[in-house]
Ligand binder design. Structure first.
Ligand code: SF4
Ligand code: SF4
Length: 429
């Protein structure tokens, strides 16, 4: 189904809107007829390991990305490869070439090769399982855990989930708390970490209660409570709060490595059950769907099917806004037939845009709220003027694209997009 426009950063009053899904269980949708995996993207090529007609099992390798840090992708269903160049929408908002697999619903599995429970063995399992940062960043976890230049002694678990509407991490922690703790223990071995700290927002009292109970006898794993602000889930913010110091490029400069809670649950699946990353929990929410839900899905499932599974769109949807991911950092979509990836945290549907862009009021809110202390409106003006020197002076390259400036702007000026473009200009991309 085609939808109204691209990303909606202007969403009514900000209250987090997590109440729509945070107290719900996890709906399962694990039997799609077809699943899709990138075979080629404008920004990334893949080595394709299957051909049309091949029979595959869950866990069989489909592709290896031809990136500086290659990542393996596995089939999430058992069945037959029916295409390797099908044109399918991707969460980035672009149409790409994809591998299509027809599900035979037999759920046959190829398990990962067993590795020793050592630092090297666990990192190798994580690599073979194709685990990436599941909070949205998608950085390969085995690379993150290698950091040869730095000695780490602390694992920080990002359980903050600060983007509005998204509750997939919190709900996953509640459902898979024991698996999370075990995943933390494996990650501690992989990182030589003597302690782990789970960073969670103080407002998630139900999550905190479950974790406190489980951590009673765990001397080396503790909780660190953060206030309910956006972007408390930003890695730099969390590291500063937990470690009491900041870093220039990587958290391991402070002796810490950070992993998202969902990533650690996937690590437990890989090490304990020898299962690669082929499933994830995502949040389907917004005022455009009848029944907001957290859903456990196979990677590669089409968003349209998942929305249908939750109960579909509201009857008066109108010119909808569809986002893959959270409202602040996700990507706007023109069609709901996009594939879910390992990094897709949510599918959000909103009935209407709050209004058109107006002239800047000079209120300074974008400046006051920028977590990196940038001047978004000045950077936008410099970008509009194609004034690179000014963009450099204004440190546009420091933008973390959190979306807060666009979100906060009463004139609904699309600042994040402009600052993101200025960042590229400064970095020469
Ligand atoms: S998107 Fe960039 S400029 Fe805007 S608030 Fe976030 S960091 Fe600051
Ligand atoms: S928040 Fe919007 S209206 Fe206020 S100064 Fe920034 S760009 Fe202008």
């Amino acid at each position: 189904m085609p939808l109204g426009m691209t990303k909606a950063t202007h969403i009514s009053e900000h209250k987090g809107h997590k109440e729509l899904t945070k107290h719900k269980g996890i709906l399962e949708y694990l039997n799609p007829k077809y699943v899709y995996f990138p075979a080629n993207r404008p920004d990334l090529d893949y080595e394709i390991c299957v051909k049309v007609g091949d029979e595959v099992k869950i866990g069989d390798v489909l592709t290896i990305s031809k990136a500086y840090f290659p990542v393996i992708t596995h089939s999430s269903v058992s069945g037959k490869v029916t295409a390797v160049d099908k044109k399918v929408w991707h969460p980035s908002g672009k149409k790409i070439s994809a591998i299509e697999i027809e599900n035979n619903f037999k759920e046959e599995v190829t398990y990962l090769k067993e590795q020793p429970l050592t630092k090297e063995g666990i990192i190798e399992t994580i690599r073979l399982a194709g685990i990436v940062g599941m909070g949205g960043a998608g950085f390969p976890t085995h690379v993150k855990y290698t950091h040869p230049k730095y000695q780490t002694d602390t694992l920080i678990v990002n359980a903050v989930e600060c983007e509005p509407y998204l509750t997939c991490d919190c709900v996953s922690i509640k459902h898979y708390a024991k698996e999370l703790i075990q995943g933390i223990k494996y990650a501690m071995i992989a990182n030589d970490a003597k302690k782990a700290v789970i960073a969670v927002k103080v407002c998630h009292q139900d999550v905190i209660a479950i974790l406190e109970e489980l951590l009673k006898d765990e001397e080396n794993i503790s909780l660190h409570l953060l206030t309910d602000v956006y972007p408390a889930g930003w890695e730099k913010y969390i590291v500063e709060k937990v470690q009491g110091k900041t870093y220039k490029s990587l958290p391991c400069e402070t002796g810490a490595v950070v992993s998202n809670a969902g990533t650690l649950i996937a690590i437990n699946d890989a090490v304990s059950k020898r299962l690669p990353l082929t499933k994830r929990v995502i949040t389907v929410s917004g005022d455009g769907v009848k029944n907001p839900q957290n859903v456990l899905v196979k990677v590669g499932t089409l968003a349209s099917e998942i929305i249908d599974k939750t109960g579909g769109y509201v009857d008066d949807l109108g010119a909808a806004n569809l986002i893959a991911g959270g409202p602040m950092t996700g990507n706007g979509q023109f069609f709901d037939s996009f594939m879910v990836e390992k990094t897709t945290t949510g599918i959000l549907v909103f009935k209407e845009i709050a209004g058109k862009e107006e002239a800047c009021l000079g209120c300074g809110k974008c400046v006051d709220n920028c977590p990196v202390k940038l001047s978004p409106i000045l950077i936008k003006l410099a970008y509009d003027d194609k004034d690179k020197e000014k963009m450099v002076k204004l440190h546009a390259d420091m933008c973390m694209e959190c979306g807060l400036c666009s979100y906060i702007c009463p004139s609904r000026i699309e600042l994040t997009e402009a600052v993101g473009k200025a960042k590229k200009v400064v970095r020469g991309k």
